[in-house]
Design a protein around this ligand. Sequence first.
Ligand code: SF4
Length: 176
Amino acid sequence: MTEKQTIIDAMKRNAKDNGYYVCPDQQLFSDLIDGLAKNTARYGYGSCPCRVASGAKKYDVDIICPCEYRDADVNEHGMCYCGLFVNEKIKNNPSQMGPIPERRPQEVIDIVLTAAEKKPSASEEASNQPKPRKKTGAIRVWRCTVCGYLCAREIPPPLCPICKAKAERFEPFIIS
Ligand code: SF4
């Protein structure tokens, strides 16, 4: 079985298990799977095909497909940021697919790309069609002091998704 078919099967299975559907636009679906395959070959993990990855898994863990933001986006917009996962309504009306706001906090995007010294090029930024979500001011960036994982939330997560350290091991992250 090819790498692409393996990813297709995994995404279809994941969609079914979660009550979603895969992208009804066959060309877009194929392009997104190609992007995932490319990112998997490049980074060793399937980071989101619509976002610029840092290349360091500890910084990109929230955008490994299916990303942390998928469920909220499908709930609110009927589709994930890329459109790889959709709800039944969008599946039956693919013409309703369109850009949705980026739910990944801009603070996290800025910090991980700076930390990884990989600022997106102008063309990469331009290719991310949806506009970044507005800053709310209520979100802080937290760093796991054990493994370095970064996340943006009002309070630290109860457990680090990477090393399972407890919330008290997180500290506010500030770039000096
Ligand atoms: S936005 Fe969609 S394609 Fe991108 S990582 Fe999230 S679930 Fe996967």
